[in-house]
Design a protein around this ligand. Sequence first.
Ligand code: PLP
Length: 452
Amino acid sequence: MVAEKTKYILEESRMPTAWYNLAADLPVPPPPVLHPGTGQPVGPADLEPLFPMELILQEVATDRYVDIPAEIQAIYRMWRPTPLYRAHRLERALDTPARIFYKYEGVSPAGSHKPNTAVPQAWYNKQAGVKRLTTETGAGQWGSALSIACAFFGIELKVYMVKVSYFQKPYRRALMETFGATCVPSPSPDTNAGRAILAADPESNGSLGIAISEAVEDAALRDDTKYSLGSVLNHVLMHQTIIGQEAQLQLEEADAWPDVIFGCVGGGSNFAGLTFPFIQQKLQGRDVRIVAAEPAACPTLTRGIYAYDFGDTSMMTPLVKMHTLGHTFVPAGIHAGGLRYHGMAPLVSLAKELNLIEAEAYPQTAVFDAAVRFARAEGILPAPESAHAIKGGIDEALRCKEAGEAKTILIGLSGHGNFDLGAYESYVAGNLVDYEHPQAEIERALAELPMR
Ligand SMILES: *Cc1c(COP(=O)(O)O)cnc(C)c1O
């Protein structure tokens, strides 16, 4: 038997040393971010209560590349470059002529792609003399990643964790606390936003939008504190582009170029990180289909509208133009907790408007079917979020089988699911239910958009 190459491992010395900024290459400039009170474009000074200036400048950067500071590179090297795998066993299990590759971010300390931005965000705050950060977390992945990064740099961290997850996922909380973070269920009595929600509904399960309101308020009211967001913003997406840049070098080694790429989208950061460097090539004329995979229960790109909306529920954040289900959207309790945000990163949304990417939505039982199929072939238990990309990739591989086409498929495996065994337990017990978000609910939430 000919030895088949399975892992494409880049030398540390070949790890990319700059992040890629898609805004530099898009044919139109991104729409401005607007002040929630005045409706006028916000300037860097408006964002200063929340973010250190270096990150604000990255947010509005028009340079094509931003150098990765040496100290951040040194921490990246603890787990990067991450491996690119050829899924030989999955290909055989599917009996497909397609070649399937996956880029695996689960080797990071947090088990996902999120440390790629948590580390630089903590570092730039440290440089600016910030002592304390606040953030929100849904299922806990972002809170875990940021608590690790804050521990590296000696920064205090308070995490507002969506209440339903706080009680469903006590081990995530334990992980954050082990790294020294403080974690409270949101809505909490610690902020005006939290108290208002609790007054209206003491039983509120919380949502990412509510937790963002709390974390933003906490940071805005304290001089020693800034706020950190794990997805959606331009600088967050840019930090993730090391994923796609590495994947391109690794695919070159495999003598391959993807016909189609699948990534899962919550706020859009891992998808952007993997695909933006490929969109750069697509803009230069190279052919590649790029598909964003989202849950049918939170169909932001496939059924939301492209409009200005708030990033949070209490209407405190600036207005950004994005695909949105409305800031009052409350998602069903699907297990892919990281994919339950009402909005989509403005740059991912713009790429969709420009037809540079496509989107598909999948119900969760089909997603878990794909996840288990993948796990049994490849031995890695995927995060429920990542399993959406796997579902897209497996469907494509089966279409290749029908058509007898040997396409090259690249899947973004954003993390492992070793902390998500409650979800797999439900799947194995046959207790998973599918949610199709009702059109009437979408219309109700969209009717509350600020600028329509
Ligand atoms: C948080 C998370 C996501 C969703 O967030 P994006 O910003 O859309 O990437 C996807 N996969 C994993 C493993 C996550 O932890």
